[in-house]
Design a protein around this ligand. Structure first.
Ligand code: NAG
Ligand code: NAG
Ligand code: NAG
Ligand code: NAG
Ligand code: NAG
Length: 324
């Protein structure tokens, strides 16, 4: 068959039927609903995964990539199994999305340990630099877990605090979804109270039968303000007890702390030790014995103080020279 023949048949065929436009119109008039269904199906096939897979993934990824920084933390009104926490934390994110993260309960722990408390995190709009202020009375879920955290704060240069929760999140008109919030904040610790010093030690009568007074210097490189209560410390020389020292209403603030201390020492025993050491300077070991606040024992701070052995050189000659 020739090409011309085909063309001729085609031309005569078209001329005997309605125009293309009219045929298309007729087709749509009859089958419009099929097209609507196909259109909706295509939109759903594209949109549903975006909304129900892509969006949660992007949201979770942004949460994973975000950072948390604690800029201030204060522990006040401590009790045996509770304390008041005031904390300021800042979120860091470079996401183009700024979802609302609804208020949620976060379990707080020393990374790798059990949670010691649950903190209610307030609702926020997740922008870079968003500040969150927390001011809550926390009941300790586990005193032992808080003991571990307190010990780590006392002994370590850096402490890893883990915050875990499953908040609801909503971006614009998109549905509300769950995300896993699992952040570890690295904070400075008290680093064994490095730099601890005694000064102005002199004889002075005080409460609890104390016979020495002076000042302690305690640097606090962390951002934490810790209310430690009325602290009793044991004093020993070569493992032999020589007395106790008292720090009343100890509050360690960030930076340098200078506080009054008093001590009840067995001066007879101290005098007997003198010939063993040069220049009347004896090495005194200081360890935590107990701490109380409004009559309640604070076992977690007591454990932290007990875990940290401090040594100071006590100039007994200097002490015996001056008195109040
Ligand atoms: C987020 O981090 C967790 C681990 O912490 C991981 O299991 C998850 O796959 C991450 N999700 C995304 C979307 O990156
Ligand atoms: C949170 O992430 C840490 C690792 O950074 C992991 O060890 C821990 O098990 C996670 N917590 C939960 C509850 O999945
Ligand atoms: C007396 O000692 C107790 C415990 O030994 C202590 O809690 C209290 O604060 C001390 N009092 C003073 C005034 O130092
Ligand atoms: C604490 O001090 C008391 C005396 O006030 C003493 O009996 C006790 O053994 C000390 N405890 C510790 C753990 O050093
Ligand atoms: C600390 O001890 C002193 C003297 O014993 C007492 O007056 C004070 O109330 C105690 N402070 C606290 C917070 O327990």
């Amino acid at each position: 068959m020739s090409k011309a023949g085909v063309t001729a048949v085609g031309v005569s065929d078209v001329s005997s039927r309605p125009s293309l436009g009219r045929r298309v119109a007729a087709h749509f008039k009859r089958w419009w609903w099929v097209h609507v269904i196909i259109f909706i199906a295509v939109v759903l096939v594209i949109a549903l995964p975006v909304v129900y897979v892509g969006y949660p993934n992007i949201a979770q990824d942004d949460i994973n990539e975000s950072t948390l920084k604690i800029t201030a933390m204060a522990i006040t009104e401590p009790a045996t199994d509770a304390f008041t926490l005031k904390q300021t934390q800042v979120i860091g994110t470079d996401s183009i999305f700024h979802p609302t993260i609804f208020a949620f309960d976060a379990a707080v722990s020393l990374l790798g340990s059990a949670a010691f408390a649950t903190v209610r995190v307030p609702e926020i709009k997740a922008n870079d630099g968003t500040k969150m202020d927390i001011d809550q009375r926390l009941d300790l879920a586990s005193v032992d877990a808080f003991k571990d955290f307190s010990k780590a704060v006392m002994l370590e240069k850096e402490v890893k605090l883990n915050v875990y929760g499953v908040p609801n999140l909503k971006q614009g008109a998109l549905p509300t979804i769950d995300v896993t919030y699992n952040k570890t904040v690295t904070m400075k610790g008290l680093n064994k109270l490095e730099g601890f010093k005694l000064s102005k030690m002199h004889l002075a009568k005080g409460p609890n039968g104390s016979n020495l007074k002076g000042e302690v210097f305690i640097p606090n490189p962390s951002v934490m303000t810790i209310t430690m209560g009325n602290v009793t410390l044991d004093l020993t020389v070569d493992g032999k007890p020589i007395g106790q020292s008292f720090l009343n209403e100890l509050v360690l603030k960030p930076g340098d702390n200078t506080l009054d201390m008093s001590a009840n020492t067995d001066l007879m025993a101290v005098t007997k030790l003198l010939p063993k050491y040069k220049n009347n300077i004896i090495p005194v070991d200081i360890t935590g014995n107990s701490t109380t606040y409004n009559g309640q024992d604070l076992p977690y701070f007591a454990a932290a103080l007990a875990a940290n052995k401090l040594q100071v050189d006590l100039d007994v000659g200097e002490i015996l020279k001056g008195s109040d």
